[in-house]
Design a binder for this molecule. Structure first.
Ligand code: ZN
Length: 184
């Protein structure tokens, strides 16, 4: 939970530190707005992906499920700047599947907190493997990091791609690369 009062004070102090006049019209409400915004974009910290992923259906199938292009917005914990992009998820069920919207909700839970892309990719894969008892999970995340593109280290629009493979996707290189091709 974000301590709104403390966050407001901190934003006010930051504005002062960067030489702003916190009493000028455009900034009067800024500490309050930023504090409220943080509580919204970081709300995943108080949530559990298992709440969404435990709503499973029994199926007699172990055919791969792919959910592509799940849009997400997250916050880089090194710079407190957004990184955003798409997550693609593939899993091989062992008689249990989950509603497709639940996969997107699980991504949200891990995106809406201070994050690192590599860590988020792994957390999503672990949650799906655990909750669904899946035979294999592959998560691909591609994102633009504004901490890189805004500061000119990388060209705007450049993407960072991370992978997390579990179970059969880890053991079977062919399956891994065929599935990556399907996700593109
Ligand atoms: Zn960063």
């Amino acid at each position: 939970m974000v301590d709104i009062k403390k966050a407001e004070d901190a934003v006010r102090q930051l504005l002062e530190a960067i030489g702003e006049d916190v009493t000028r019209e455009g900034l009067i409400e800024t500490p309050k707005r930023v504090a409220k915004m943080y509580s919204e974009i970081l709300e995943g910290k108080d949530e559990y992906a298992s709440e969404h992923l435990s709503k499973v259906f029994d199926v007699k199938s172990s055919d791969m499920v792919i959910e592509k292009d799940i849009t997400f917005y997250s916050m880089c914990e090194h710079h407190l700047l957004p990184f955003f992009g798409k997550a693609h998820i593939a899993y091989i069920p062992s008689d249990k599947v989950v509603g497709l919207s639940k996969l997107a909700r699980a991504v949200e839970v891990y995106a809406r907190r201070l994050q690192l892309q590599e860590q988020m990719t792994n957390e999503i894969a672990d949650a799906i493997e655990e909750c669904l008892d899946a035979k294999g999970v592959l998560v691909v995340v591609e994102a633009e990091h504004t901490c890189m593109t805004m500061r000119g280290v990388k060209k705007p629009g450049s993407k960072t791609v991370t992978y997390a493979a579990r179970g059969e996707f880890k053991e079977n290189q062919r399956l891994f690369s065929d599935t990556i091709a399907l996700m593109r």
